[in-house]
Design a protein around this ligand. Sequence first.
Ligand code: FES
Ligand SMILES: [Fe+2]
Length: 341
Amino acid sequence: MPAVTRFFHPILPARKLAPGPVRVTVAGRSYALFRDARGRAAAFMDECPHRKAPLSAGRVRPDGRLECRYHGWHFDADGRGRSPSQPNLTKCDAVTMQLVERNGYLWLADPEVPLSALPAVEWDGFEPAGAFSMPFAAPLHVCLDNFSEDEHTPWVHTRLGWDAADVDSIEYTAENHADRTDVTYRGRQRDSWSRLLVGLKKGDTFNNEWETRFDPVRTIYTLYWTEPGTQRRRGITARAAIFMVPETDRTTMFHVFVGMRIEDRRLRLFAPALRKLAVALSWYEIRDDARFIPTVADTPEDQRGMRLGKYDKPLVHNHKLLKQIYFGEDQVVPISTVRGV
Ligand code: FES
Ligand SMILES: [Fe+2]
């Protein structure tokens, strides 16, 4: 996999680094994370400059330096290394990465990437509700495809969205742009216990609108419900930024940031409980996808030969943007060669 750390990726909840070391893999490259004695988080390439032992197999010394397990070379958070058996040895430094603590997560990028490139996970009018991570046992392109369509909703999910009986009355739009895809779905919310918790009426319309971006790969979903006919919005809107971080060519780590806007004043009284509910529902929905995804993990990346339909239009464009923007490749399959779109 080509290097992708010219983009900031969320890689670990900050609380999980205490003090480490922790090994994290992004696009086939591994990094050793730790905190020094002052609590500063740092990331190195996970190989010792001496003989390439994984630094993540070492330990953080009481003085806050990361010590290699093999011959005891140790490093401060800036990567400055020393060899205990040859104290005058120079050029002992570890290869450092940029590691930023933001929104409760650690974000990794190459050292020169500006902080302004950190993707937003909080939005005007939305209150942060929480965040979580979940492993997916499938390659990035399979995960991305799954999160680029809602056609699978009645078969993979059981709470949000519509039933199989309503699939032929779904309203749907998809727009391809040079840097993203925009998608909207609208359908009759299936009846479930969660409807009552958020004050929905039977037969309300479920709206799911999202954009997919590639710097790094993520979808930002906005979910809300409307009264059928009047299109009047019900009292809450949830938004979730779902980052899909490739680990190996077989596994993808998801990091999800949830926000919530409560428009109904009466519901505001229950804001803390509703925010928890939004995170819990997001977790269950995404867990549905994570449980299913091994079934399709071997799906080839090449879409030629697939009988694609209108709901797959964003998938085709997303593959192109994945290659162009995320992996920085120039060679792309022309959309016109894919059947059915
Ligand atoms: S390989 Fe790390 S100290 Fe030798
Ligand atoms: Fe899904």
